[in-house]
Design a protein around this ligand. Structure first.
Ligand code: SP5
Ligand code: ZN
Length: 360
């Protein structure tokens, strides 16, 4: 039987080819490559998924979650880099930060806006691994459009929709990008669901890495619950500086953030218990819809994380989410093993479909 959850897609993801990641100062091959989205699409299309084109949405939807300064930087960073001659001297073909307005540098002073083009990326990027090239902005914009289109479908009555977002988004905060992400597609989708009528929305992040972006964006709000299950940053994993269970939100948002960090090597049983705990916490918070930040990098074969989840585990995660009978926007995050990511996404969507009335 054909998959009834629609696949929201844009060819423009191909315009972003980061080429490399700079890790401990060394240029290494990029993990977040165009072939990822193509691999997922191929499997979902074989399963009979209806392909829906991402429709353009205006910048107001991005400004609902990101600072204007970040958006303006991302939109013009490549052109500025090129115009400054950095492709020839020193010969850097991607936008890469080199100095950061570290709190220990400024000690409370307001940072300058750097006059030098090569100094500006550090004002907006928190790592050296998230490179900007000629089509990065157009691709990131198309990924946000895919998430928005999926949110529109769900708001209009579909039980679930899947946005094949690339580049991914869950590490991006209100004002800073990183972790191979440029725009927070899941947060943008959550705000869209709210704008179209859901009073409370939950973001459930099952990517192998902490969903630090949505946590920060919605930290002091109770209308968007955020939860993340991920490999424990305190055991040595990205994003390294945050992602503990003690982070619970503040002010009106106190209690509306939930983190479940897991030890390296964790497999299906403990991971699924954690997924269930977060889904239950979202439900108890009174959410009317879910955004599932679906990273499939928690799978055993993934080169970027030490979690050991199986395809059957991802299928069960889909069922668990569906058991709360809430409409669900699924947004693609990480997942880097090209041979298995398509099957992992399909299994999750099939699990979701089993539990939801998606018209199948
Ligand atoms: C969306 C997503 O899954 N982002 C995760 C990015 C985490 N990357 C951290 C990489 C740490 C260093 N990996 C070494 C391999 C060098 N190519
Ligand atoms: Zn990840």
């Amino acid at each position: 039987m054909a998959l009834s959850i629609p696949l929201v897609w844009s060819d423009d993801h191909r315009l972003h080819d980061p080429d490399a990641e700079i890790w401990v100062g060394i240029r290494t091959p990029a993990a977040e490559v165009p072939a990822r989205a193509e691999a997922i699409r191929a499997v979902l299309v074989s399963a009979g998924a209806e392909v829906v084109s991402a429709t353009p949405h205006d910048d107001a939807a991005l400004a609902a979650v990101h600072d204007e300064a970040l958006l303006a930087f991302l939109a013009s960073a490549w052109q500025q880099w090129e115009a400054a001659g950095l492709l020839d001297d020193p010969g850097q073909n991607r936008v890469v930060p080199y100095i950061f307005p570290h709190p220990g540098l400024l000690d409370g002073l307001e940072p300058l806006v750097p006059a030098a083009t090569w100094a500006r990326p550090g004002a907006f990027c928190f790592d050296t691994m998230t490179l900007i090239g000629p089509g990065t902005w157009e691709a990131a914009r198309s990924a946000a459009n895919a998430a928005l289109t999926a949110a529109d479908l769900v708001s209009a009555g579909r039980a679930a929709a899947y946005a094949c977002c690339r580049p991914p988004g869950h590490h991006v905060t209100r004002s800073a990008y990183g972790g191979s992400c440029y725009l927070n597609n899941a947060a943008i989708a959550a705000e869209r669901l709210r704008a179209l009528g859901a009073a409370r929305v939950g973001i459930v992040d099952i990517d192998a890495h902490h969903g630090n972006g949505a946590q920060q964006i919605f930290w002091d709000r109770d209308d968007v619950f955020t939860g993340s299950v991920h490999v424990d940053p305190e055991a040595g994993w990205f994003p390294h500086f945050l992602g503990t269970a003690a982070e619970r939100g503040a002010g009106a948002g106190r209690g509306a953030n939930r983190n479940v960090p897991l030890p390296p090597g964790t497999g299906d049983a403990d991971w699924l218990r954690s997924v269930a705990e977060i889904a239950q916490a979202a439900r108890s918070h009174g959410v009317e819809a879910i955004v599932l930040a679906l990273g499939v990098d928690a799978a055993a074969a993934d080169p970027e994380s030490p979690l050991q989840v199986t395809e059957a585990g991802y299928r069960e995660a889909g069922r668990i989410l569906a058991s709360h009978d809430l409409p669900c926007v699924v947004v693609q995050e990480g997942g880097y093993d090209l041979g298995s990511i398509g099957g992992l996404v399909l299994a999750t969507l099939e699990g979701l479909e089993e539990g939801l009335d998606t018209g199948a």
